[in-house]
Design a protein. Structure first.
Length: 125
């Protein structure tokens, strides 16, 4: 059976324009709102043209000890030149966590495929 697992790519976002850059606090208090920004092409801009674009970004939170991550949001960028609009792959979302865990982001480039990144979140008391 084939799997998506081996198809996700990653790297240093400072040198690779496709890696999702996750901006989030390192720690929060239990139940406190966590603001997460995800950007594709922060250091090296992604072209975002009719021919080459980021189609979607997904954000997950995997609480420590949980079997599966929880999908926080699914963001589709569907304009791709419609009425001369070209969208930028930049999203902001918020959630509340009661346990420490991992924030994960994945994205899809129509030419270069699937990309991922993650950051840890500490949750105190």
């Amino acid at each position: 059976m084939k799997s998506l697992n081996g198809l996700y790519q990653s790297g240093d976002w400072k040198g690779e324009k496709h890696v999702p850059v996750i901006h989030a606090p390192e720690s929060v208090k239990a139940g406190e709102e966590v603001e997460v920004k995800v950007v594709i092409g922060e250091e090296i801009p992604h072209p975002n043209t009719l021919e080459h674009y980021i189609s979607w970004i997904k954000v997950y939170y995997h609480p420590e000890g949980a079997k599966f991550p929880v999908e926080i949001g699914n963001y589709d960028f569907s304009a791709h030149g419609e009425s001369d609009l070209l969208t930028e792959p930049y999203i902001v979302t918020r959630f509340k966590a009661n346990k420490p865990g991992t924030i994960l982001a994945s994205s899809y480039c129509n030419i270069h495929g699937l990309w991922e990144n993650s950051v840890e979140l500490k949750v105190e008391g």
